[in-house]
Design a protein around this ligand. Structure first.
Ligand SMILES: [Zn+2]
Length: 245
């Protein structure tokens, strides 16, 4: 069974290099998202010689209040990658005060991706799904980029709007073990579903989730959608191929 972890912060684990090697050994397609463009060089170097790990160029909305100046570096590096993330907006209580700055940075990110063409973005949208969708519509002409909503927590209507725009959704075990998350994931188009861990920000038992634990997510997803584990894994793999084709 081939696994997909389309949103993992590999560089935030103490055993970063070991985990990259583990993804390679187990054949787990892993998107190594980053939170600052300063992390890009190291991630890109490690991922560039792998078959299964890809690095994404990010500027996390939760860091924008302090690191917004790094958008210049982010823009300079964009040519080096097809994958972008983690980027987006966060209107949670701790980050709401930087919303103007976050919006400005995210708009620049979307604008640069639209100009470059062919990018795939892993998007954070805590309490901001409608606004993220507005910005995508405003800045990115159809077909100029592809979007994957990571850990989507918007409404069913927001999800439909995202799906109509062609977006994908990477879902994790924490979503699939909560009633609201299960209801949402049941309503998403099956051909837009990917899996993720968001490790190390989620846990598997008493340890941070690692990409191989996405096997558990496949089990939960299979149960949620009433499919076999094998069929679910192959659907996710097929979706990844369609996304990256
Ligand atoms: Zn994340």
């Amino acid at each position: 069974m081939r696994l997909v972890d389309f949103h993992c912060h590999l560089d935030l684990y103490p055993e970063f290099e070991t985990l990259v090697a583990e993804c390679e050994r187990l054949g787990i397609f892993t998107l190594a998202v980053t939170t600052t463009p300063k992390a890009w060089a190291r991630n890109n170097k490690l991922a560039s010689s792998t078959k299964y790990v890809r690095a994404a160029l990010g500027l996390h909305p939760q860091l924008v209040a302090e690191r917004w100046r790094e958008i210049d570096l982010w823009e300079r590096l964009l040519d080096e990658t097809r994958y972008v993330g983690e980027v987006g907006l966060d209107a949670g209580p701790r980050y709401y005060s930087s919303m103007d700055r976050q919006t400005e940075v995210f708009r620049r990110i979307l604008h640069s991706c639209a100009e470059a063409g062919g990018k795939i973005l892993s998007i954070h949208s805590v309490r901001t799904a409608p606004k993220v969708l507005d910005l995508i519509e405003e800045e990115v002409p159809q077909g100029r980029a592809k979007f994957v909503f990571h850990w989507f927590t918007g409404s069913a209507a927001d999800a439909r709007r995202a799906a109509d725009l062609g977006c994908y959704f990477s879902v994790n075990s924490q979503m699939l073990t909560a009633d609201r998350g299960r209801a949402l994931v049941s309503s998403l188009p099956i051909d837009r579903l990917l899996t993720e861990t968001d490790g190390p920000f989620t846990s598997h038992g008493s340890t941070p989730t690692r990409p191989r634990d996405v096997a558990q997510t496949i089990k939960h997803l299979a149960a949620t959608r009433g499919l076999s584990i094998e069929d679910t894994a192959s659907i996710v793999l097929r979706n990844l191929k369609a996304l990256t084709a």
